[in-house]
Design a protein around this ligand. Structure first.
Ligand SMILES: [Zn+2]
Length: 298
């Protein structure tokens, strides 16, 4: 991988929001709401269809790329939420799939990622967008299990109270945020570079494409691919920083056919087009180096 963005046509940042790692807890919920008892299978057999760390590492290693994994530290449903909140079905969806990032098995997965050159960043919890103390706590909790510092991340559900969320991020020592974007629309919206909300070293990576904004509505996989290809061409034309989000559970081809194929094809095509490909954290470092070089020339 080249140490300079200048050697490349454009940049493609790969990110994964780790919202859920076990399907176990939401299985009964989906079995009831979708009247599909096959969802119960994962409870009975102990299968873990959403545990995709090894699969993703193997896939990206084959492709010769690395990416960012953003880790969620959601509030505990029973301990930190009121009994009234337990009764709201939308809260079931939010908190029932909660995992504990200090669970030894998960710590092991995060450390394996970190040692293998992947970025492990912060996925700020649902209520944290305007809660500096909570964000600071979540960042520290994650750093306690990692070797290196946490340099950036993305808010869960893209919850953003701009510019306050970014002020919080900067104040607790994050260097970048990747929450600016949409879960229903995709594209550049005329913005091809990163944003510097404070005109300093803090950077915002706009989200170009979330898999869910494209695939469920696409008439066919081929159509979805043409949209991806169009975005890559636009990125190429404008020397853009393009950021994509694939949630790890969508790598399960049995449940979500096409998602993994599309992700793989996107990376191969970007490579063929001369893109730099990697985690946001690494892209941030390269952008910083470029900024320092250009300011020392002045
Ligand atoms: Zn999320």
């Amino acid at each position: 991988m080249s140490a300079s963005l200048a050697d490349h046509e454009f940049a493609l940042c790969l990110t994964h929001d780790v919202d859920r790692v076990y399907k176990t807890f939401q299985a009964p919920y989906y079995a009831v709401t979708e009247r599909d008892p096959s969802h119960l299978r994962s409870l009975v057999t102990g299968e873990r269809p959403y545990w995709q760390f090894e699969e993703l590492m193997a896939l990206e290693d084959d492709l010769g790329v690395r990416s960012s994994f953003y880790v969620l530290n959601e509030k505990s449903f029973l301990r930190e939420k009121s009994p009234r909140a337990w009764l709201r079905p939308e809260n079931w969806k939010l908190f029932a799939g909660r995992y504990d990032p200090t669970d030894p098995e998960l710590v092991d997965a995060f450390r394996t990622l970190e040692r293998g050159g992947w970025e492990v960043g912060l996925h700020g919890s649902y209520d944290s967008a305007d809660d500096r103390d909570r964000l600071r706590y979540e960042k520290r909790a994650l750093e306690e299990v990692l070797d290196g510092p946490v340099v950036g991340g993305r808010q869960h559900y893209l919850n953003l109270v701009a510019p306050r969320t970014w002020e919080h991020h900067r104040a607790i020592g994050l260097r970048y945020d990747a929450s600016y974007g949409s879960s229903t629309r995709y594209g550049f919206d005329g913005r091809y570079g990163v944003i510097r909300p404070f005109d300093d070293e803090f950077v915002v990576f706009p989200l170009t494409l979330m898999e869910r904004a494209l695939l469920p509505w696409a008439p066919s996989l081929e159509w979805a691919w043409r949209e991806c290809r169009r975005l890559l061409e636009e990125a190429h034309e404008h020397d853009a920083v393009m950021t994509v989000l694939w949630h790890p559970r969508y790598m399960n081809e049995d449940e979500f056919p096409g998602y993994r194929t599309l992700y793989e094809r996107l990376i191969r095509e970007a490579r063929a087009m001369g893109a730099w490909i990697g985690p946001c954290g690494e892209c941030y470092e390269l952008l910083e180096r470029r900024r320092e070089a250009s300011s020392s020339q002045r």
